[in-house]
Design a protein around this ligand. Structure first.
Ligand code: URA
Length: 207
């Protein structure tokens, strides 16, 4: 699927909602949010209850934690775009099914093509698995990866999901520490490309 901008992408998603799983009515859809020219894109899993009521990604409890660490990281709101692998809340907040992820994939891929982010931060294992296979989040969170995806080179920073951070103090500590590094990582991706920093922080994968 090819769209020139987010407005046409969202309109197409709403027009074709009957072909998508989980969607009963067009209002069930929670679109991505943020600047179309963002340098950083965050990808979560699927909306929860609060997100489906407010029709905005990451506005519930885990969203509040995410938005707090983002604000503290020094990233400006207009540098960021936030979306999800699946754009509709699964019943009882269960994990998204492979068929659901696949059905929404063309829209997420198109968002990435339009925004062309300098850095993608994945939140949790489902969005991490879109770019990195056979890895454990506990081993690679907070480390920058350069991956080849659809013939493009992308910088991927796998992060814990904020909901996992809310469930365990150890994960929350790592989550906060990882976010504290992102201004340096964004600066590296956008500007400096200093090799010493690269060997310490960046892991080349799948090249
Ligand atoms: N969890 C997600 O993965 N996405 C949201 O939008 C909210 C909670």
């Amino acid at each position: 699927m090819h769209f020139t901008d987010l407005k046409t992408l969202k309109a197409d998603l709403e027009k074709n909602f009957q072909n998508l799983p989980l969607v009963e009515k067009v209002e069930d859809i929670v679109h991505g949010e943020g600047n179309e020219n963002a340098s950083v894109m965050l990808i979560g899993e699927a909306p929860g209850y609060n997100e489906s009521v407010q029709r905005r990604p990451f506005v519930g409890r885990s969203g509040q934690l995410l938005r707090k660490v983002l604000a503290e990281s020094g990233l400006q709101e207009d540098q960021v775009y936030i979306s999800n692998i699946v754009k509709v809340r699964p019943p009882d907040n269960r994990d998204p099914l492979p068929a659901e992820i696949l059905a929404f994939k063309p829209y997420l891929d198109a968002e990435i093509q339009i925004i062309k982010p300098k850095l993608i931060m994945t939140l949790g294992r489902f969005s991490m698995a879109k770019f990195l296979s056979d890895v454990k989040i506990s081993q690679i969170h907070g480390r920058l990866h350069k991956v080849k995806w659809n013939d493009q080179l992308l910088f991927i920073l796998p992060m814990y999901h904020p909901a996992a951070a809310l469930r365990a103090t150890r994960v929350k500590d790592s989550f906060i520490k990882d976010f504290a590094k992102i201004d340096k990582i964004v600066d590296w991706v956008e500007n400096t490309k200093d090799e010493a920093f690269f060997s310490e922080t960046v892991k080349e994968a799948l090249l």
